[in-house]
Design a protein around this ligand. Structure first.
Ligand code: BF8
Length: 625
């Protein structure tokens, strides 16, 4: 991790401590069979290791490499889908409870009793109205919650409501023809586990189509997460914030929120404001809430809360000696982070029944005790402030961020039908759009691929939108503010300037569209763009890239981008090299069926060229100069 000098310094000061980077080194060399995906652990007759070059070799059950590799990759898609959809289902259940409670409240208005959800309310009625109209349901929070819950587990044969109402007609037709339009999100996940059980599906193409179907369920689960979060907490609009470890404050109680679901983090932010006096009583100037990973993105997008770090450097936040509490919910929280907190004064607090970590404090956070548990969490941070030991070391690095670009915000900026962008793409002043997403991975130098690819694309007049830890990388490294427009080519610069003049607000080089589930905003964005061009998505000069992915969620996202017809770059090799057949289907044949295909390229310079070429090829086919 030499790219980020300031953060490198903190790592060097703590080189006796174990981090993701040292643990990664200790794991080398990694097992080749695992790396190429030809190690099968599906049943307990194995594990079987199958050589991709020796066709006489099969697993104990007779499964060939192509079966083993394809089963493995679609199980990853199912796990990613389960995580995103679990997030969405939790929000749907919360919305249901909130809407029922508010009805009870109306009925008992004369009674002054306290209600559990005083922390949550319907914040964005316009979004609720818009969604109800789009989904064809009554404009009522309970109806929205029930419609979402139905998509998770209904039994009829109708396609998912969230897909049938959001996808364009060309894609619906295509997915119906290939039998990959899902009817039930949880059913699709369970179908993947069923078909990949020993002795079930052995036909690689059939298996991979099952993966496509599951990735579309993933898209629906993400969409539900985004939509309900917007209804409850507000649809993001441009806001100003900061990012990188320099957002921590030596004289404040610093509380980091980390994970994914905004239910917890929104409550912590709200309660922290009310507990500033308690922090002052222990000698702090107040409470400073910061975000890590996607929770950080959610809070930055809606509330302008600063982002301390993205995935790979999460443990570095603790090494500053000023992080008093870290509160986590689900996903992307390294267990090593909790172990590391034992060496510092920091309280590491888990909150979810399905996500406990040895050595961490556990303060259960559920719908019944939202405010109380947020208070308990913050009290732990205040207590820990008094126990600080170690010399504070906050790297003097932070950058201004202009975030908050929901699709609604982009439409207000660019036009209801993105007219200005269409005009610039047609004229060639903007060549196309690249959608960045995904994580960090210690197999790459942290953030280097994200930042290097983005700068080169911007220079070549590509408009960039980003989510997840890719957005975190850009925020940390100063690519999400007006100064970064210096990296833009002339056409992109002109476009950004036109928007700035029109709206009289500073704009960033790269548009932050949110957390990983907010890739649903990106899908709506490209579907709208295709409609405005009057073409299918598979013809658009748009590509997707996850330059540093590590999670199964990133695989799921990259797969549905492919199925929407978008070339989908992955910058860390997933375990598919064990079968040349599977590799070829993903990188070539997929294109004939869906229009999208995977680009596996770990060298960021080569990847940039491939992405630019893919856009050029599509422009050529559209007869754009
Ligand atoms: O969901 S980008 S490391 S934090 S998996 Fe995780 Fe990857 Fe970050 Fe958000 Ni997404």
């Amino acid at each position: 991790m030499e790219f980020d000098n300031k953060n490198q310094e903190i790592l060097e000061k703590n080189k006796d401590k174990e981090t993701i980077f040292s643990r990664f080194e200790k794991q080398q060399p990694s097992c080749n069979f695992g790396e190429i995906g030809s190690c099968c652990r599906i049943c307990i007759m194995g594990p079987c290791r199958v050589s991709p070059t020796d066709y006489s070799k099969v697993g104990v059950c007779g499964a060939r490499a192509y079966t083993i590799v394809s089963r493995g990759i679609i199980r990853a898609i199912a796990a990613g889908c389960a995580a995103h959809s679990g997030h969405g289902k939790e929000l749907a259940l919360a919305l249901l409870e909130i809407s029922e409670n508010s009805k009870n409240q109306e009925q008992h208005a004369h009674n002054n009793s306290k209600h559990h959800h005083s922390c949550y309310q319907i914040t964005d009625k316009t979004k609720l109205k818009k969604l109800a109209l789009k989904l064809g349901i009554k404009e009522d929070p309970k109806e929205l919650a029930l419609a979402a819950l139905k998509d998770f587990s209904k039994y009829d044969k109708q396609p998912l409501l969230w897909l049938s109402k959001h996808l364009n007609k060309e894609r619906i037709k295509l997915f119906t023809r290939y039998g990959v339009l899902p009817e039930n999100i949880e059913g699709t996940i369970s179908e993947v586990l069923h078909r990949t059980h020993v002795g079930t599906d052995a036909e690689p193409i059939n298996i991979l189509f099952g993966g496509i179907k599951c990735s579309l369920s993933d898209l629906a689960g993400e969409h539900i997460s985004t939509d309900i979060s917007d209804v409850l907490f507000g649809t993001p609009r441009p806001c100003i914030s900061e990012a990188n470890l320099g957002v921590l404050k030596e004289d404040h109680v610093n509380i980091a929120v980390h994970g994914h679901t905004p239910l917890l983090s929104e409550a912590v932010v709200k309660v922290a404001k009310e507990m500033n006096e308690q922090a002052k009583a222990v000698g702090a100037k107040g409470i400073n809430v910061v975000g890590i990973c996607c929770t950080g993105n959610e809070l930055m997008m809606r509330k302008g809360v600063p982002l301390a770090t993205n995935f790979a450097s999460q443990e570095l936040a603790i090494m500053t000696n000023v992080l008093d509490a870290i509160v986590v919910d689900v996903q992307c929280i390294m267990p090593g982070f909790a172990s590391l907190s034992q060496c510092y004064h920091t309280r590491f607090i888990t909150t979810m029944p399905i996500s406990k970590i040895p050595t961490a404090y556990h303060i259960e956070f559920n719908q019944k005790n939202v405010l109380e548990s947020a208070q308990l969490i913050i009290q732990q941070g205040i207590l820990a402030f008094k126990e600080r030991r170690g010399i504070p070391f906050i790297p003097k690095v932070k950058n201004k961020v202009i975030a908050g670009f929901s699709l609604e915000a982009l439409q207000e900026l660019i036009g209801e039908k993105l007219e200005l962008l269409v005009e610039y793409i047609k004229s060639g002043k903007i060549k196309g759009v690249v959608c960045f997403a995904g994580c960090n991975n210690p197999k790459t130098c942290q953030d280097l691929s994200h930042v290097s690819i983005a700068k080169e694309l911007a220079k070549n007049n590509i408009l960039i939108v980003a989510t997840g830890c890719a957005a975190g990388a850009f925020a940390k490294h100063g690519l999400m503010n007006e100064d970064a427009q210096k990296y833009a080519g002339a056409g992109l610069k002109e476009f950004l300037k036109a928007l700035t003049t029109k709206t009289k607000q500073d704009l960033p080089l790269i548009f932050h569209m949110g957390s990983c589930v907010d890739n649903s905003r990106v899908s709506d964005f490209i579907i709208l763009l295709a409609k405005s061009f009057n073409i299918d998505i598979s013809e658009l000069p748009v590509v997707f890239t996850a330059p540093e992915p590590m999670s199964e969620k990133a695989i799921a996202i990259a797969t549905w981008f492919l199925s929407l017809g978008i070339p989908s770059h992955i910058g860390v090799m997933p375990p598919v090299k064990g079968s040349s057949l599977v590799y070829d289907v993903l990188t070539n044949t997929a294109r004939d069926v869906y229009g999208g295909y995977f680009i596996f390229e770990t060298d960021y310079k080569k990847a940039t060229k491939i992405l630019l070429d893919a856009i050029e090829e599509r422009r050529f086919k559209l007869e754009l100069s």
